[in-house]
Write a protein that binds this ligand. Sequence first.
Ligand SMILES: [Zn+2]
Length: 185
Amino acid sequence: MSPEKADALAAEVRDWLTSSGIVSAERKPCVLGGHLGFPPGPRADEVVDVSGWSLPWQDVWFNGLDVAAGRTVFDAGQGEPMAVTCPHCSVRIELVDENFALVHTAWDPFHEVVDGWREGRDVVIPCPACARPVEPASWIWADDHFAFGHLGFTFWNWPPLRPEFVAELTRRLAGHRVVLLEGKF
Ligand SMILES: [Zn+2]
């Protein structure tokens, strides 16, 4: 996806979310990362499952939607990346030792892949098992530790999003590589 395309798609979805009252249009410092996000709107409650949540769930500092257009690495994992699997041969490459410390000989080439994506470079490395080249976004990360995307929506500290809402969001983004994460702080 080109940066222009990602920007246009981000704007389209943002307009839908603000006009339907799911988020407010007035941006505030309500997301992590030092930029501005969109606070929950009057209809935000309708798209989340608040069972088991103490109300009001919006009553925390980071409660907004962050829209990130452009190449992004979403780091969803806790601690170190444990393993990565080749999409061609399905061999799982362990990246940590028995003490969960990174094994640098295994990790270093993947570090390049991750940094490259962040910096706008496609670092294609051969699979250590089958030697076939693998596109950066094709590696399968254990526990979804990393997700490589062109456009990301992070709902900070929102209760679980209702499946119908996720389906509608996904429909609007159909055909594009999109990462949807529920941010926790
Ligand atoms: Zn392989």
